[in-house]
Design a protein around this ligand. Sequence first.
Ligand code: FE
Length: 197
Amino acid sequence: MSKPDFNTLSPSNIVAFLEDIFERRGGEEYLGEPVTMAEHMLQGATIAEQNGQREIIIVSALLHDVGHFTSEFGMFSMDDTEDKYHEDAGAEVLQDYFPTIVTDCVRYHVAAKRYLCATRPSYFDRLSDASIHSLNLQGGPMNDAEIQAFEQNPNLEDIIAVRFLDEAGKHANMKTPPFAHFAPMVQRIVDQHCGVA
Ligand code: FE
């Protein structure tokens, strides 16, 4: 298949489009962590699969940081600062092809960190130094009103599950399968959502 372009995406080429991004851009550094972007997302997905989590959680973990590659989606602006709103960018890219569980897990993975820091004191100990640094830039732990609002999300449990996978996927030396291993799973989620038989 020829390389899919962002402007001609469809349910039949979105997975190849994502795989192409992993292959070309995945080697980029995940700022302040001992893993590349691709390793980080593949580790989260692999851990989810090893733990017997649902496909939708595996796929959400696999794609949660895809918004870091905003320049692939025609969303890049010279005014962007590193890591700004990558969670919104990722959800926007995925929303035409993936169900709300996936886009919520992507969109709210930063909010989930702020939520967990406010509601589970032991959670903070899991955070890497880079994650603590970005927590402060992202607004710090949620206040009571923010916690209440966040808890209204029907996908709260899944959002938190993906957040834990985000934290877990930062091993310096962990073997994972490549994106291709997960591609059929990603396609199943797309086909279910888009009503492809
Ligand atoms: Fe992440």
